[in-house]
Design a protein around this ligand. Structure first.
Ligand SMILES: Cc1cc2nc3c(=O)[nH]c(=O)nc-3n(C[C@H](O)[C@H](O)[C@H](O)COP(=O)(O)OP(=O)(O)OC[C@H]3O[C@@H](n4cnc5c(N)ncnc54)[C@H](O)[C@@H]3O)c2cc1C
Length: 398
């Protein structure tokens, strides 16, 4: 006998859990949340601890923060796990281009928050498990084996569970098992780069500013968190990233200080480094019969502007709001799912193209091109209206 739900969400990461909780709050539909791993913390009531912060933060804009607040999760993320930042400084190794914009350019108090990805996922999962949601049932340590999609609905089977629903939602990340099962083609392109992440402490204050310098080998960013700590994302070509990962802590710290031209002073503490392969992935179709994809399962992009998760939050909000507006029998219909794709795919694709163009544009350095790029950046830096637009874009308001 299978258990019946209205919706099955596969993947309890940032996007899948947010979507499940948003549906629980804004609809009366029953949701099964299926995650192959155990919850991040066995006892979700344990207090969050500063030493448990991981190396990776995500820069979240206003829409993501509002969504997390709406489902009572952002409130659980006090310092050091959510840190407001006010400005961004962008400059270029190969030109004199220097650009600085801030929330005040757009009349706001912050551009967004630097959120510890693991702490945020843990707070989401804790809420799903213990928040008293009658219409969310969690299945952790539950690896699915088979997904059957028919016009009547979806069936998900694994060891110890057999679930049916009108709609299955794949929120299971870039290597999505759900996408493979549904035979949805995805265009996957490697950037030939690794993103090296680590937490650092610097001798100078980060001034609540996100620092990003474009090097010929890829961009390096320092995202401000508590005290004088920052979380770095150093996107470097494969050969160079191998060299960087092989360096001693002290040599890496010196290389990093130089990469930022000492604008943050010297690196006085360096946490463990981790490297992630950087890819662009776009599913050609976000849906199949009784199935939709959200978040990285549908699209992964270069992290240089910190937009990947933000796009996933937009998918989740869009799909949840659409589901709330139609009779539940319609949520697995192809016409409904096609309308969801029409709303989200252009934004996701354009952001991907923009990131690819930015990453490539800063790696091409004939003298005339770099000079023009530098002049362009400095011109933008002198234009208040354009800086207001850039600030709004960073806040996720455009
Ligand atoms: C170096 C780096 C820096 C980044 N910085 C930023 C940033 O500053 N801002 C930003 O917005 N984004 C950033 N991103 C992107 C962001 O991290 C991702 O877009 C986001 O984590 C995607 O969330 P997700 O929930 O879609 O997928 P995931 O986080 O991958 O979660 C997928 C979940 O599904 C589960 N799962 C997988 N397979 C199965 C299965 N078969 N069955 C059940 N469960 C399954 C996984 O265990 C996991 O819990 C960055 C990415 C990288 C690599």
């Amino acid at each position: 006998m299978s258990d019946r739900y209205d919706i099955i969400v596969v993947g309890a990461g940032l996007i899948g859990t947010t979507l499940a909780l948003h549906l629980a709050k804004n609809t009366s539909l029953s949701v099964a949340l299926v995650e192959r791993n155990a919850p991040i913390v066995a006892d979700p009531n344990l207090p969050l601890d500063v030493r448990q912060t991981n190396q990776r933060v995500v820069a979240l804009g206003h829409l993501a923060v509002e969504m997390l607040t709406d489902i009572d999760v952002f409130q659980r993320l006090a310092e050091p796990h959510a840190h407001p930042y006010q400005s961004m400084a962008v400059w270029d190794e190969n030109s004199k281009g220097d650009l600085h914009f801030s929330a005040s350019d757009a009349g706001a108090s912050e551009l967004g928050y630097m959120v510890d990805a693991q702490a945020c996922t843990r707070a989401l999962q804790a809420n799903a498990l213990t928040g008293g949601h009658k219409n969310v049932t969690c299945f952790f340590s539950a690896a699915p084996r088979e997904l059957t999609l028919t016009r009547g609905g979806a069936r998900l089977q694994g060891d110890g569970f057999d679930l049916r629903a009108r709609l299955a939602i794949g929120a299971d990340g870039g290597r999505s098992w759900v996408r493979h099962q549904a035979k949805l083609f995805a265009n996957r392109r490697s950037y030939g780069q690794q993103g090296i992440v680590a937490k650092i402490k610097t001798s100078n204050s980060h001034q609540n500013c996100a620092w990003q310098r474009f090097l010929s080998t890829g961009p390096v960013a320092a995202l401000p968190v508590y005290d004088n700590y920052s979380s770095i994302v150093w996107s470097a070509d494969n050969a160079f990233s191998k060299e960087l990962m092989g360096m001693s802590d002290s040599n890496f710290s010196v290389a990093l200080g130089n990469a930022f031209e000492q604008r943050l002073g010297t690196v006085i503490e360096l946490d463990k480094r981790q490297a992630f392969p950087l890819v662009s992935l776009q599913a050609s179709t976000y849906y199949s019969t009784s199935l939709a994809l959200v978040g990285d399962a549908a699209h992964s992009i270069h992290p240089l502007a910190g937009q990947g998760a933000n796009l996933g939050f937009k998918d989740a909000l869009c799909l949840s709001q659409m589901i709330a507006q139609v009779p539940k029998d319609d949520i697995g219909e192809l016409a409904f799912l096609h309308a969801y794709q029409q709303k989200r795919k252009p934004d996701n694709q354009q952001t991907d193209w923009m990131m690819t163009a930015l990453n490539a544009g800063y790696k091409v350095n004939p003298p005339l091109w770099s000079a023009a790029r530098g002049m362009g950046m400095n011109w933008v830096n002198s234009q208040r209206n354009i800086k207001a637009l850039l600030a709004k874009q960073a806040m996720g308001l455009t």
